[in-house]
Design a protein around this ligand. Structure first.
Ligand SMILES: *Cc1c(COP(=O)(O)O)cnc(C)c1O
Length: 469
């Protein structure tokens, strides 16, 4: 399997060549040249497999430069009951007739990003070891991504993590999760500023090509193809749990921000998984809902980007969205380059209203929007009626799922985080603290390992340089 850029660059690359890269050289995103197709015999064979082996079957269709025996070992080392809490890894829970929650958030940091990041950690260690290279991951986080990256990379050979976060702005639980890590290869940098300052610093460092090369700087952001393909696996796993036979169909509702999670659903559907609808749920930051309703994609400025109670979906643009647009436009790289390069660059928006009906009919997309009041109501209703406590992001997904579910349809809502990560809103909705998994008892009291730095690129570079020796 070879990979191409969504903006038409002529190069083709293998999986391990793009594994450690971010964007393609022309600023596009990598996608496989074609989607491998699953047939009835493959689905029948996969239905009974343990999660790790299912992951291997799917990943091996996309990876031709890691020997099968090594890839299987990596998958089995990653998706264990010990790390993800259950044998099923992503257990399905029935809420009411036709509505299920798929639990993606029982990994080390209690958010779905662990599903891909844990695999990425093992793939990075494997590939860097094979090349005899090292990598210094520089990132910016407002919560979930940074902790998932740190828990995936801690103690890994050849990898260091430098994770910037806005000082004092993450929830106490999120801070405790990250800052309590004592591993020598994990560096927490609390920047005196907001999340945008952190992102600007990461961009500035990455744009200094000499520094980047000298210190072997890399990233683990959600545009990484390996993360995306790892997420394809749980769409299959959810399907197998919700159905008895492979002629049945299901739909998925996905709490969406950067369009990474639901893009994996799109890939699964393109491979032939029997999926009817892919429902994107947004919060008040409704870039994606606006697109799927109108065909107009409009990037928001920082004044129009809201801080909400489902903060991991607070986005001004959806960084993986270009992948879907590439497929929607019949894989026309020149057109994608024009839309995401020139049009967004000059106008901050583009208009695909002529194509939007096909996004629904041919690709199965639907969308909806949820607000703080909806989240509170959904969390309360779910707890009262089913005794199940859900987090704010999952609540957005469930609210929008119900709006789109048709009679007789099986709708799987992806649970993307556990309520303990967003305790303040749970208290607001339910008047009580969320349940806390036993292994997180008292983490706020653990010693913290963090360096506070001014929002200054030079100081961050200096920190990296002195800790790379
Ligand atoms: C990252 C995240 C999302 C959004 O996922 P995307 O892949 O960016 O669409 C939703 N919910 C939670 C809890 C997250 O951490």
């Amino acid at each position: 399997m070879l990979y191409l850029s969504t903006r038409g660059h002529p190069d083709r690359k293998h999986f391990c060549q793009i594994l450690l890269e971010g964007l393609a050289p022309d600023g596009g995103l990598y996608l496989p040249e074609s989607y491998p197709q699953v047939d009835a015999a493959m689905l029948a064979k996969w239905r009974g497999l343990p999660y790790a082996d299912l992951a291997f079957e799917i990943l091996s269709l996309y990876i031709d430069d890691i020997p099968d025996s090594d890839l299987l070992a990596i998958c089995r080392k990653t998706y264990t009951e010990e790390v993800f809490g259950t044998k099923a890894i992503v257990p399905l829970k029935k809420l009411e007739e036709g509505v299920y929650l798929e639990a993606l958030s029982n990994g080390p940091t209690l958010a779905f990003k662990d599903m891909a990041m844990q695999l990425l950690g093992n793939l990075f260690e494997y590939e860097l070891g094979r090349r005899g290279e090292e990598l210094n991951i520089l990132g910016a986080t407002s919560g979930d991504t940074g902790s998932a990256a740190e828990y995936a990379m801690r103690g890994k050979q050849g990898v260091r993590v430098f994770m910037t976060s806005p000082n004092g702005r993450m929830s106490p639980f999120q801070q405790a999760q990250m800052f309590s890590l004592q591993d020598a290869n994990i560096h927490n940098l609390a920047v005196e500023g907001v999340f945008d300052d952190c992102q600007d610093i990461v961009k500035a460092v990455s744009n200094d090509l000499e520094f980047k090369r000298k210190y072997r700087i890399g990233t683990v952001n959600s545009i990484n193809w390996a993360r995306l393909v790892a997420q394809v696996v749980y769409y299959f796993a959810g399907y197998f749990q919700a159905t008895r036979a492979n002629d049945e169909k299901v739909s998925f509702a996905v709490p969406s921000g950067n369009f990474g999670n639901i893009c994996a659903g799109h890939v699964a559907r393109m491979m032939g998984l029997p999926v009817t609808q892919l429902v994107a749920a947004t919060n008040e930051n409704d870039v994606l809902d606006e697109f799927f309703r109108t065909g107009i994609y409009r990037v928001r400025g920082s004044a129009d980007t809201y801080e909400t109670s489902s903060p991991s979906m607070d986005i001004s643009k959806a960084s993986n969205f270009e992948r879907f647009v590439f497929d929607l436009l019949g894989r026309d790289g020149a057109r994608v380059r024009q839309l995401f390069g020139e049009e967004l660059g000059t106008k901050g928006r583009f208009d695909l209203s002529a194509d939007i009906e096909r996004a629904r009919s041919q690709f199965g997309f639907a969308s909806g929007r949820s607000t703080h009041a909806d989240r509170l109501a959904t969390i309360k209703d779910t707890f009262q009626r089913f005794g199940t406590m859900i987090d704010t992001h999952t609540a957005d997904g469930l609210k929008v799922a119900r709006e789109h579910r048709r009679a007789g349809e099986t709708m799987i809502v992806l649970e993307t985080a556990l309520p303990i990560k967003f305790a303040a809103t749970i208290v607001e909705a339910l008047g009580r603290e969320p349940d806390r998994p036993a292994k997180f008892a008292g983490i706020e009291q653990l010693p913290k390992r963090v360096t506070v730095l001014p929002a200054d690129v030079a100081r961050v570079k200096q920190f990296i340089a002195t800790h790379c020796a």
